[in-house]
Ligand binder design. Structure first.
Ligand code: SF4
Length: 381
């Protein structure tokens, strides 16, 4: 009997275990193989924490810090040192991750931006993107939080792709006692508006959900359907990340239960079912010890993996060595291939700024995957 079409209530029963998920996993694998084949991708990246200042106070976060307690900006020299080290290790992505709109809260942020001639933090990201793009073989991939359309347009000439996690579509998580209370940048309406603006600007966009921050199973499924609707409307969601919450010692959510691997795997399989065969579906491999289980749940990407820098958002969770990632992937019957921060099917003049296309074209093979630079200056797969 064919597996049914995606359905909200059935999906909730499947991920909560009220209905057997064996057929769901079979369907997720079938859909992935039909749409993406047996290739699993990753992006060789360096993680650049542009600023650890943020105006929000998400109760699971250890990335953001106040001034004087680790909250600061990286100066351009520090950013370039990280990126140049990444170039020496064959990386192709400079992931700019940062707190949201810190200048709205901290005078120290305003002072830093004035000293460096930037109108806003995102304008500072634009300046860094231009320098990285001009001086190194890496491609910036900006994750600077909420963006309006003009901001996205200002980053497009240097960023072949950008990102913002939806996290969850439910406004309930903004209520008192919930993790996004008084976090204006986590309003799902605003996050949807950013993804739509990126769609209008023809920017390949990374988004996804965060699982285990106090949402219900129905809200997980609603979030996946919301991403599916955005993709149907704009076609610019180049990948969907399903990320598991990890409880961190020095946060208000330190005693909250983390989602189990079994629950996560069911959510990932449901994501493949709801989002369809073509979507690029990713689970970060550094947040689950036995990460290979997600191959059976329909993923086709491991996301950004750094041979060099730590995951500043989850500093307790090192990325697996690339050799281990390759071994796990190949043991399960897949081929591991490096990609740029932008996926092969988005490498066209429709999606990439014309001024950036020559650099992108020189960094890919005939199938659009990354040619990893070697230490001697040559390029190989
Ligand atoms: S999760 Fe992001 S938005 Fe929330 S406090 Fe941390 S850096 Fe800021």
């Amino acid at each position: 009997m064919p597996f049914p079409q995606p359905d909200r209530d059935v999906a909730v029963e499947l991920i909560t275990g009220r209905r057997s998920s064996d057929a769901l996993f079979a369907e997720a694998g079938r859909l992935r193989d039909a749409g993406r084949g047996r290739t699993i991708t990753y992006s060789r990246k360096v993680f650049v924490p542009v600023t650890t200042l943020c105006r929000d106070t998400c109760t699971y976060c250890t990335f953001a810090k106040p001034p004087g307690a680790g909250g600061e900006y990286l100066v351009p020299e520090d950013v370039m040192a990280i990126v140049n080290a990444g170039a020496a290790h064959g990386c192709t992505e400079a992931l700019f991750t940062l707190g949201d709109n810190p200048e709205a809260r901290w005078s120290e942020a305003v002072g830093f931006l004035e000293r460096y001639g930037a109108a806003t933090t995102i304008d500072y990201v634009r300046m860094l993107s231009e320098q990285v793009n001009e001086e190194t073989p890496l491609f910036p991939h900006a994750n600077p939080g909420l963006m309006d359309e003009a901001t996205i347009a200002s980053l497009r000439p240097t960023n072949p792709s950008m990102g913002l996690m939806l996290e969850n579509i439910s406004p309930r998580l903004l209520e008192p006692g919930m993790p996004h209370h008084k976090c204006p940048d986590k309003d799902p309406k605003e996050r949807v508006a950013t993804i739509e603006a990126a769609g209008r600007q023809k920017v390949p966009f990374t988004s996804g959900i965060l699982v285990g921050i106090g949402e219900t199973a129905a809200e997980v499924i609603d979030s996946l359907f919301a991403l599916a609707e955005l993709q149907a409307a704009w076609g610019n969601i180049q990948e969907v990340i399903v990320q598991n919450f990890r409880a961190k010692a020095d946060t208000r959510m330190r005693r909250d239960a983390e989602p189990t691997v079994q629950y996560m795997a069911r959510v990932v399989a449901a994501a493949r079912w709801i989002l369809g065969p073509e979507v690029n579906l990713q689970v970060p491999p550094n947040l689950t010890d036995d990460f290979g289980v997600y191959l059976d749940a329909g993923i086709n990407d491991w996301g950004g993996v750094s041979p060099l820098t730590i995951d500043w958002v989850n500093p307790e969770a090192p990325w697996p060595h690339l050799e281990q990632l390759r071994a796990v992937t190949e043991r399960a019957g897949f081929e591991l291939r490096a990609r740029l921060p932008v996926y092969p099917e988005f490498i066209s003049e429709e999606w990439i700024d014309a001024g950036l296309m020559p650099k992108v074209a020189s960094a890919i093979d005939e199938e659009g995957y990354a040619r990893v630079p070697q230490a001697d200056g040559s390029r190989s797969l």
